[in-house]
Design a binder for this molecule. Structure first.
Ligand SMILES: NC(=O)C1=CN([C@@H]2O[C@H](COP(=O)(O)OP(=O)(O)OC[C@H]3O[C@@H](n4cnc5c(N)ncnc54)[C@H](O)[C@@H]3O)[C@@H](O)[C@H]2O)C=CC1
Ligand SMILES: O=C(O)C(=O)CO
Length: 386
């Protein structure tokens, strides 16, 4: 039996027992659960990443639902324990759910929730921030100033890359990839090339319309192109941002060969999942190509970096903060709580995970539905008609 862990309890006499493995931003998510007769137990253990044993101790003998984190290993052991405790509701506080064995959840009839949409612009803005910081060598210049090494303006001091008129490449033009593409096209008049398994029609229409607007105002129009392969993007783009899901098709999608295909002074951004890049190969490429730059929010062996990465001046590295805006993180907590509550209450599943705004207005009661359940079809859960 795992040792008991520290918890904070809200509404102790609630009929349903809902566990959150981490404190989450805001209080709306707690109030929404309390108002529906839930006892909410929040793990306040100082440990950053909970083990399976820790979460088993949290689940205990009776548990109706759990809100978990992307750092946790949700598979056979935890879903069987949750099922034995009478629970059929789980949600990741994340849109990515590569840490979840959905087949194991299906086996025990446990709904798996995630939090799409609410983090789209926040994440895309971080990817855009890393793109700019890498292009103009902001971090190197900041360190230079703080070290007292600035002794006057020089023609070649921290010369970087101009973005306007250059080509931005997106691998994975889904919600976040499309939002990022629009920011770089509309914000810096870059031309777009993207690769995805599916056509991103809405994105194409936006870029076409923006190009027509520019032309009507006497400026050179921006252009877009859907590449037939990822390699086309890697070869042609000046800035490339990765926004695919992490699955077996995208593991090490960027590797030693694909890095070689990129321009010597290209910029590579990763705000998706670390294992999309072969990070050891990336370190070698950064060492051998000082004009090549990366902006990384995620890492292959998170929370650890591959040896040598931290020493690379042509790498900007931040600790998985792409969705870290107040509004977004509070909204993720709300969506995750409503996923769990919806399954507990037997609500249907919301019909459009790309349109979660109805759940996020603090002044309006949320629809009686689970915002996003990734295995709704497998569990044959009804879809909301709202
Ligand atoms: N760093 C962070 O804090 C955050 C990271 N993420 C990551 O970003 C991912 C994307 O999120 P969304 O845009 O909301 O998901 P999404 O599902 O809207 O977009 C993912 C896109 O990847 C495409 N894709 C899948 N396999 C591919 C392949 N082999 N090659 C090219 N494209 C492929 C899909 O067709 C889809 O268009 C999440 O799964 C998550 O892992 C999301 C939010 C925050
Ligand atoms: O949502 C996700 O997938 C994240 O990585 C954190 O927001």
């Amino acid at each position: 039996m795992a040792k008991p862990v520290q918890i904070e309890v809200w509404n102790p006499n609630g009929k349903y027992r809902v566990v959150s493995t981490k404190p989450m931003p805001g209080t709306r998510w707690i109030n929404l659960l309390i108002q529906q007769d839930c006892r909410v137990e929040i793990c306040t253990e100082k440990k950053t990443i909970l083990s399976v044993e820790d979460i088993l101790a949290l689940i205990g003998d009776k548990c109706d639902g759990v809100i978990g984190q992307l750092t946790e290993d949700w598979g056979e052991v935890l879903f069987s324990a949750l099922s034995r405790a009478g629970g059929k509701a789980f949600s990741n506080m994340a849109v990515g759910y590569n840490n979840v064995d959905v087949n194991a959840a299906n086996k025990y009839g446990v709904a798996v929730g995630n939090t799409p949409g609410v983090l789209t612009e926040t994440t895309a803005e971080l990817a855009a921030s890393l793109s700019l910081a890498a292009a103009r060598r902001i971090v190197e210049a900041d360190e230079f100033m703080r070290a007292g090494r600035y002794d006057g303006w020089l023609p070649n001091l921290f010369v970087g890359n101009l973005l306007k008129g250059q080509t931005v490449g997106v691998i994975g033009a889904g919600r976040i990839g499309s939002a990022y593409a629009r920011m770089m096209v509309e914000g810096f008049k870059m031309n777009l090339i993207y690769f995805d398994l599916y056509q991103s029609t809405r994105l194409e229409k936006f870029v076409t319309a923006y190009g027509e607007f520019l032309k009507a105002n006497g400026e050179a129009p921006v252009t877009w192109r859907r590449a037939s392969s990822m390699d086309e993007v890697l070869r042609e783009a000046d800035v490339i941002s990765l926004h695919p899901v992490l699955d077996k098709t995208t593991f090490h999608l960027v590797n030693k060969e694909s890095l070689k295909a990129m321009k010597k002074d290209a910029i590579l951004i990763n705000c998706s999942r670390g294992p999309v890049i072969d990070e050891a190969a990336l370190v070698d490429h950064l060492r051998e190509n000082p004009m090549f730059r990366v902006g990384l929010d995620v890492f292959e062996d998170e929370p650890y970096m591959k040896p040598g990465l931290a020493d690379m001046k042509n790498a900007i590295i931040v600790p998985h903060i792409a969705s870290a805006s107040k509004w977004t993180r509070e909204g993720m907590a709300t969506l995750a709580a409503l996923n769990v509550l919806g399954k507990i209450k037997g609500y249907p599943v919301w019909s459009d995970p790309n349109r979660v705004e109805p759940f996020l207005d603090e002044n309006v009661s949320p629809p009686a539905a689970s915002p996003s359940i990734v295995n709704a079809k497998a569990l044959e859960l009804p879809t909301s008609k709202l």
